[in-house]
Ligand binder design. Structure first.
Ligand SMILES: [Zn+2]
Ligand SMILES: [Zn+2]
Length: 384
């Protein structure tokens, strides 16, 4: 026996038109729902049923988000201000999403609202683009109101930094358009793929870019000083940890919800301007390292001139966005001679220390990178 959906199943060529028809019918229903929602909001039914507002009633009883409920009521209440546009939705010339932007604009500019002008734009543009154009129109019709709203968005910027259960750091925020654009403008070039081999997701590249930006600001001394000290990552570690000896404890990093591994300490100490506080076995401070780069002055300048930027094949990060990596770490007796140093961007520096890549300089002076050993398949299972 054939299921109903198999009998009615459209051919491939019919799917597009069918979807269009369904979504048009959805727009018509939303238009109808908006009328009814506005009518409902004008009664005190919600109050009698114990709800704080008509939005709340719709949210709870009709399984809608607050925004969807508020939009329905707002559109329904203002339909008489946009009669031509409501007709255009009925005829399928524009969508309900256009109508929402139209009503928001009508509410914002009041008596100056010009439906005919906006309807022409709605017919020619997608809802997203139309919403953007509506804001241009709002600025031209009511500059002061537009400015006040943007100032409000600046005053309401927020950034939340919290710790997840596994010690991961969660960051989320709300920004005004200009502040958000400044952040994106700074992150976008740092988040670009660094070549064909770069298979990081967009989200991962943006997260790496944000860390790079903060690291660069710390490294370059761009963060305002705390007293006489430049702001640095502050690590507290034992010599055993720094040496990577078996049985050594992890190290502490200020503001990190979890202690950090000896591999991370090794990377931070490789070049970074960390404040080193080494504790001996009795936990007494034996060396408070000055906040100074391990490779500094003429050695770093010579390195910048020779390598010009990250030495990783295909990587284009300039010298000011790199760390000086010791091919043989100074903690194990490596020197600051140019032959033992190479510039690596923050990400590639991480890959060498914590990511288990190897980097070697060939006899011709060229840098070769060797990926970590890949083991295929699951390890053989031992007897139960
Ligand atoms: Zn290094
Ligand atoms: Zn690099």
């Amino acid at each position: 026996m054939l299921a109903t959906q198999d009998v009615c199943r459209p051919s491939d060529a019919e799917v597009g038109p069918e979807l269009r028809q369904i979504l048009h019918e959805k727009d018509l229903l939303e238009l109808r729902a908006a009328r009814v929602a506005a009518r409902f909001a004008s009664t005190d039914e919600y109050d009698e049923q114990g709800f704080a507002s008509p939005i709340d009633w719709i949210r709870f009883n009709c399984h809608q988000t607050s925004t969807a409920a508020a939009d329905l009521i707002a559109v329904g209440k203002k339909l008489e201000m946009v009669p031509e546009s409501a007709q255009a939705v009925s005829r399928g010339e524009i969508g309900f999403a256009h109508l929402k932007a139209m009503v928001r604009t009508a509410n914002a500019v009041g008596a100056k609202f010009d439906e005919a002008l906006l309807l022409a734009k709605a017919r020619e543009n997608s809802p997203g683009k139309f919403y953007y154009l509506c804001n241009h129109y709002r600025h031209s019709a009511d500059r002061k109101g537009f400015e006040a709203e943007q100032a409000d968005l600046v005053e309401n910027r927020k950034l939340w930094i919290s710790t997840g259960e596994d010690g991961a750091v969660l960051i989320s925020g709300v920004f005004d358009p200009v502040g958000g654009a400044a952040i994106r403008t700074a992150l976008e070039p740092l988040a670009r793929r660094s070549g064909a081999h770069d298979d990081r997701s967009r989200e991962k590249r943006f997260a790496d870019a944000a860390v790079d930006l903060a690291t660069h600001a710390l490294d370059s001394g761009l963060i305002p000083q705390q007293g006489s000290q430049r702001t640095h990552l502050q690590v507290t570690t034992s010599l055993e940890t720094l040496l990577g000896l078996p049985g050594a404890p992890a190290a502490d990093l200020e503001f990190s919800p979890l202690p950090i591994s000896s591999k991370t300490v090794e990377r931070l100490a490789c070049d970074c301007s960390v404040t080193r506080i080494l504790l001996d076995s009795e936990s007494t401070v034996i060396d408070v390292g000055r906040a100074k780069r391990t490779i500094s002055g003429p050695a770093r300048k010579a390195l910048n001139v020779r390598d010009r930027g990250c030495v990783w094949t295909g990587c284009e990060r300039p010298a000011s966005w790199t760390s000086g990596h010791h091919l043989k770490h100074w903690i194990h007796g490596g020197t600051n001679e140019p032959s033992n140093l190479a510039l690596l961007c923050y990400r590639h520096h991480w890959m060498v220390h914590e990511g288990h890549w190897q980097i070697v300089r060939g006899e011709d002076g060229r840098i070769v990178t060797i990926p970590p050993t890949v083991t295929f398949g699951a390890p053989a299972r031992g007897p139960d």
